[in-house]
Ligand binder design. Structure first.
Ligand code: KG4
Ligand code: ZN
Length: 376
């Protein structure tokens, strides 16, 4: 079974060819994976501009798919199915991939499989590591999402916690902007934090102990643990971001700037030394990683998980990986992460999730449409 997968939910146009080798083998093999990143276009604006993103997907998608076929030395006639990210994401961006995949399915008479973007991130774990010991607790942490899932069996994902405000990757990006480090912020902060003192500044680690007024009906697992989880597993990252902002403002004011004057604030790089910037990065990163892992390991305990998975763009973070491995070892729990190439948005993970659906006999009709806030 050879499948073409397409991903265009945000600012990466990606295509991959993935093979299903059957249950006796490692399951899935990536034959090619091509990613056209738009990061240089959006950097100028300090974040993803939806309209620019969808236009760039249109320019890139044909070339990206052709290259994925070439690199796998495959022809259109070799394909057995086509898959695409249906949501969630930017609607204009999603539509480009969905329209393209539907056209391929219609012209070549192939089964069409729509995939949830986060199911793709979760399956990147099995794609890289093989099947995880189940039940597992999986943290999906990216620029758009910070969600915790209980995975009782393969392909079944139950939401047990999520961020009440910013996603962790979004907090990295916003903090990087605040201290003048550019976009995207995650990789830069990760690198600079290595040279900093993570105890230099006490940024708060949010603990969600109040009632969850924002909880929707989709949250929690019916029956056991639902009550405990409702109170204990949510994330919040806007507090730590605001406290970095206050820290920066205080230094700018100490340097003679008056907020009320209407004058532009001085460049953070002019009021902090390189060593201080590194300290802020390290301290911020400690707060975020601690918050992520505290809840992930707590949930693993409540659910009697046999493994932990961490996926999504932020799972590339060096401290998150190191601390998760150390805590996993101490708790006797194996911790799985994807390869670095599979952490940020890619189509190979979408292919893996699609092969799982196909193996269960699931597929979609040609009237399938993109959905900006698709539920998993
Ligand atoms: O999964 P992804 O490519 O896109 C979304 O679905 O959002 O994740 C992108 C996010 C960005 O916020 C980026 O800053 C963050 O992942 N990121 C990192 C690192 N590499 C990427 N965050 C922390 N440390 C990193 N090394
Ligand atoms: Zn993603």
């Amino acid at each position: 079974m050879l499948l073409l997968a397409i991903e265009s939910s945000c600012d990466e146009t990606a295509a991959a060819l993935v093979d299903d080798l059957g249950p006796a083998d490692h399951h899935w093999r990536v034959r090619s994976s091509v990613i056209a990143s738009q990061v240089d276009i959006h950097r100028e604006w300090g974040g993803v501009v939806p309209e620019l993103a969808s236009r760039q997907h249109l320019r890139d998608i044909c070339g990206v798919v052709e290259r994925a076929l070439d690199e796998a030395a495959a022809r259109w006639s070799d394909l057995d199915a086509v898959a695409v990210t249906r949501g969630p994401g930017l609607i204009g961006s999603l539509l480009v991939g969905v329209a393209f995949a539907k056209a391929v399915a219609a012209v070549h008479r192939l089964p069409l499989v729509g995939v949830h973007h986060l199911a793709g991130h979760i399956e990147s774990l099995a794609l890289h590591n093989g099947p995880l010991p189940l039940p597992a607790i999986v943290l999906v942490v990216s620029g758009g999402h910070t969600s915790l899932y209980h995975v009782p069996e393969e392909g079944r994902f139950l939401l047990v916690g999520k961020t009440r405000d910013d996603a962790a990757g979004e907090a990295y990006d916003k903090v990087a902007k605040l201290i003048g480090l550019g976009y995207p912020g995650g990789p830069v902060i990760d690198r600079l934090a290595g040279a900093g003192d993570d105890r230099a500044v006490e940024f708060p680690v949010a603990r969600m102990t109040g009632a969850d007024r924002a909880a929707g009906p989709e949250r929690g697992v019916p029956g056991q643990f639902a009550e405990a989880l409702k109170w204990r597993t949510d994330f919040s990252f806007s507090g730590v971001k605001t406290s970095v902002l206050r820290y920066v403002r205080k230094r700018q004011e100490a340097a003679g700037w008056e907020a009320a004057s209407g004058a532009p604030a001085p460049d953070p790089r002019s009021v902090f030394s390189d060593a201080e910037i590194a300290d802020v990065c390290a301290s911020f990163q400690r707060a975020v990683v601690t918050a992520l892992l505290d809840r992930t390991f707590a949930a693993a305990k409540w659910f009697g998980a046999r493994s932990i998975g961490i996926a999504g763009g932020v799972s590339a973070n060096s401290r998150l990986r190191a601390d998760a491995a150390a805590r996993g070892e101490a708790a006797g729990l194996p911790v799985f992460v994807p390869s670095l190439a599979l952490t940020t948005d890619n189509a190979a993970m979408i292919g893996a999730a699609a092969l799982r659906r196909l193996a269960r006999g699931e597929r979609d009709a040609l009237d399938m449409s993109a959905e900006a806030s698709l539920a998993l």
